[in-house]
Design a protein around this ligand. Structure first.
Ligand code: SF4
Ligand code: SF4
Length: 302
């Protein structure tokens, strides 16, 4: 049986998603909807269109071929009613300046592996490998597991970046073939977690303990979001939780950034954190010291 998944990017020469030079496979579909998400194109598990106004020449071709009447051109330009869109992508085919693009593509494991194998020598020389990211790899667990399994059979180091929200069944499809896990912990309080991500953290914390019990090398990543979890108390509580589990390698603090704002516009969505700014460096340093006081290695990532 050919196993396929929905992939929205395969990034070669990645230096930020694990050790060495890596190929990162970005999957669509995430059960969380974090308000600060910088990859909103990863959230829906289905293919969708994005529209870049800056390169649109208002030729109207897209509107002419849309049988659903989902595209209207007015004085302000192209207006897409995504509720009417049937995802035929005829509009994308006729858009000469590529203002319209399809996000996501059904891709087989063989197709993914063909991309991965292009950089075998980089992995060998740099101690790198492959990282499956998202979206959420657990949302397409069979596909993720098959990629990781094939990589391991070919001697390629494997890493998974996960928000931790998924069933044990999905975890069990992935963990046997994973050499390193980047696991996100965003908050300790389930109510606040739900308010900002759409889901309680209970399952995530249960899964963190489950993953740790398997003895797989584990890096905890904490996105530091102003006014959500950037207080001394919250970071102290996260560090306390992490220090109590089996030998995590380290904690990475990832300061909030708003680089994803433009993508929300391209997907016709609203970004709710327009006014938020990055935590200041002195604050991050204090949070790093709090984590380190638990005997954990702590790195502030970019
Ligand atoms: S086909 Fe492309 S360039 Fe022409 S109006 Fe539509 S989005 Fe704009
Ligand atoms: S993908 Fe098809 S239905 Fe959707 S807006 Fe484009 S032409 Fe219309």
């Amino acid at each position: 049986m050919v196993i396929k998944g929905i992939v929205f990017n395969i990034q070669r020469y990645s230096l930020d998603d694990g050790p060495g030079i890596r190929t990162t496979v970005f999957l669509k579909g995430c059960p969380l909807k974090c308000r600060w998400c910088s990859n909103p194109e990863s959230q829906n598990i289905y293919t969708e269109i994005s529209f870049r106004n800056s390169v649109c020449n208002k030729c109207g071709e897209c509107s002419l071929v849309c049988k659903e009447g989902a595209i209207k051109i007015d004085d302000e330009g192209v207006n897409i009613n995504r509720k009417l869109c049937s995802k035929c992508f005829n509009c994308v085919d006729v858009c000469a300046p590529q203002a319209l693009k399809v996000i996501g593509k059904e891709t087989s494991v063989d197709e993914v592996m063909a991309e991965i194998r292009k950089d075998l020598h980089f992995y060998q020389e740099s101690g790198g490998g492959v990282t499956v990211s998202g979206g959420e790899p657990l949302a397409q667990a069979s596909f993720t597991g098959e990629i990781l399994k094939t990589c391991q059979e070919e001697g390629i180091h494997t890493c998974v970046e996960t928000c931790g929200y998924g069933t044990k069944e999905s975890l069990n499809k992935i963990l046997p073939f994973t050499s390193l896990i980047y696991f996100d912990v965003k908050h300790i309080d389930p109510t606040i977690h739900k308010k900002f991500t759409g889901r309680s953290n209970k399952l995530i914390i249960d899964n963190l303990k489950y993953v740790a019990s398997k003895g797989i090398p584990l890096v905890i990543r904490v996105p530091v979001i102003t006014s959500f979890n950037d207080s001394d108390e919250v970071i102290n509580n996260i560090a306390c939780l992490v220090a109590g589990i089996n030998k995590p390698l380290e904690i990475h603090l990832l300061p909030y950034h708003n680089y994803g704002i433009g993508k929300y516009k391209m997907l016709g969505r609203k970004y709710s954190l327009e006014e938020l700014s990055r935590p200041i460096d002195s604050k991050l340093k204090i949070l790093q010291e709090i984590v380190s006081s638990f005997g954990l290695n702590c790195e502030i990532v970019k």
